[in-house]
Design a protein around this ligand. Sequence first.
Ligand code: CO
Ligand code: CO
Length: 368
Amino acid sequence: EILIGLVGSEMCIRDRVKTERKLSKMEKVYLTKLAPNCGCAAKVGPGTLAGVLCGLPKFQDPNLLVGTETSDDAAVYRISDELAMIQTLDFFTPVADDPYDFGQIAAANALSDVYAMGGEPKTALNIVAFPKDMDTAILGEILEGGADKVMEAGAVLAGGHTIQDDTPKYGLSVTGFVHPEKFWKNYGAQTGDRLILTKPLGTGIVNTAIKADMVSEEAREAALKSMKTLNRYARDVLKRHIVHACTDVTGFGLGGHGTEMADGSKKTLVIDAKALPILPDVEEYASMGLIPGGAYRNREFAAKSGYISTAELWREDLVFDPQTSGGLLAAVPADEAEEILLELSESALSCAMIGEVTDRENHALEIR
Ligand code: CO
Ligand code: CO
């Protein structure tokens, strides 16, 4: 290993009461002020990434059911006819000022890639970067937030790795299980399918408003709540139905991940921009131009496969807004869509039918 581990893999999470007492005594630290980009908006753009990855050697293994070729959410490796292992990792810079919130969001986001494959998370490992001079009680809170989400997911936290770095970073490497013939790919959408999204859009825009000190309390709270919500509950509903393709909407935005689904499926996704579920006050912020840089990268990426739009500009920006711990985007048979939506709303999820799948046109996306 090139990097030096500060803390061994057996990390002790201090009990909440002790940490809170300590935190209340120390000066308030605004974690998001420490990072130029926050959450999934800090991702390297999909175009840049593809350019680097294409030069790497190709691995061949008949048991590797999902590898790097299809830009899917996680790798899937067959262990037996009954069992496949899902592996993924995700970490990023602070997306919330409160360390406990940040820990919960980063963990919910990392676990999400297992849910996006229709799988069940089993083990998780912490990935941590933390400044040398910062109060370790903050680190304790971040890890506790992560541990609580892993617990909620029914998985176990089994270790981790910590390095010194000027900007705090946190996330998880997650291993999950799924049946080797029943997992959800990010392609396979069929003509006539309906598109369902299980969380509101706009976390990138709200985070930009937070950085500009222009956010409303309502928008901040709604974004936090949404980012902390596990996609487990949406997966549970979708699992009871037929799903042709599924991915989670994160750093590349609905437009970027939707383009990957369209290209992989050799279809066109038609997005009804007026039907998109959105966080409070996002129209106001987006109209003011509070758009994160990642939204422009995502737009450029989608432009390569082609998109056409007749939607208002702010709604178009929303389509390309990089999401942190966003919802699942699923392509499902038209005759199942209503029932799925009903069950999702019974689980108190902010879901919507946001469009449909058509035969391939000259473009991957049509936003209207
Ligand atoms: Co994903
Ligand atoms: Co991911």
